[in-house]
Design a protein around this ligand. Structure first.
Ligand code: HPA
Length: 246
């Protein structure tokens, strides 16, 4: 199959065990991507890796150039993209340490460059977004996760917030009423831009904390970092078991 694009999130700025073939600096009509593209082979699978927050994890969620990132992957001929993401767990089944392959999302972000549709068009275009994620890639991720023995939720609704602050307890209660299981800051506009470009995109979300108000006391970076390390190790295991034919 064709090589897969992997957008790394917090805790995954590098793919260890990636046999790097070369790096490629890209320029797009939308500016620079977060980092050069890293081409390589991961457990037999040809991948192109791009750390969403930059190689040194310096770009906050609201400053990521999502348009340039996806454009660059499309421009080199990648057809499928996995977006890795650290998230907070809202509903009971989304406990820290668990991995979720979401099937729906709700967008609470604002003010981000969120579309390639700009200027005066001959005709206004609207892309279908009923099912925001690519079902074929979702199924592959779920199967790989099961093969790898990962603690996995095969569905869930991702709520994308603006950040960089975390949410209030009441915002999380509202999100839960809206049907959100997970909360993260990078799912949008990344997912919608992928659809505009006709890319097959799925998200692999690693739950790193209980969302605000879902556990006693404040959310600490120590808690997030502890779960991030173990969760991303599981996520790497999932990616490794995609296999050379994915
Ligand atoms: N909220 C938003 N984004 C996040 C969280 C959270 O609790 N945890 C990790 N990313």
């Amino acid at each position: 199959m064709s090589r897969i694009g992997i957008i790394g999130g917090s805790g995954l700025t590098k793919l260890s065990r990636l046999d790097i073939t070369h790096r490629e600096v890209m320029h797009t009509p939308y500016g620079e991507p977060s980092a050069p593209l890293t081409h390589g082979v991961y457990e037999g699978l040809e991948v192109v890796f791009l750390p969403r927050h930059g190689s040194g994890h310096t770009i906050p969620p609201h400053k990521v150039n999502y348009r340039a990132n996806l454009w660059a992957l499309k421009a080199i001929g990648v057809a499928r993209v996995i977006g890795m993401a650290a998230v907070g767990g809202i509903t009971a089944r989304m406990a820290p340490g668990r991995i979720c392959i979401p099937d729906q999302l709700v967008d609470y972000t604002w003010g981000r460059a969120h579309t390639y549709v700009e200027g005066d068009l001959a005709e206004v275009t609207h892309v279908d977004f009923t099912e925001p994620y690519c079902e074929a890639l979702r199924s592959q991720l779920i199967a790989a996760g099961r093969r790898a023995g990962v603690d996995l939720e095969a569905s869930g609704t991702y709520g994308a917030t603006q950040g960089p602050r975390l949410e209030t307890a009441q915002e999380i209660r509202r999100m839960e009423r809206d049907g959100c299981d997970l909360v993260g800051m990078t799912g949008m506009p990344e997912t919608a831009l992928a659809r505009e470009l006709g890319l097959c995109y799925a998200c692999c979300a690693v739950v790193v904390n209980w969302a605000a108000g879902k556990s006693e006391g404040p959310i600490t970076m120590a808690e997030i970092e502890a779960n991030l390390a173990s969760g991303m190790a599981q996520a790497r295991g999932l990616l490794a078991s995609l296999g050379p034919d994915a």
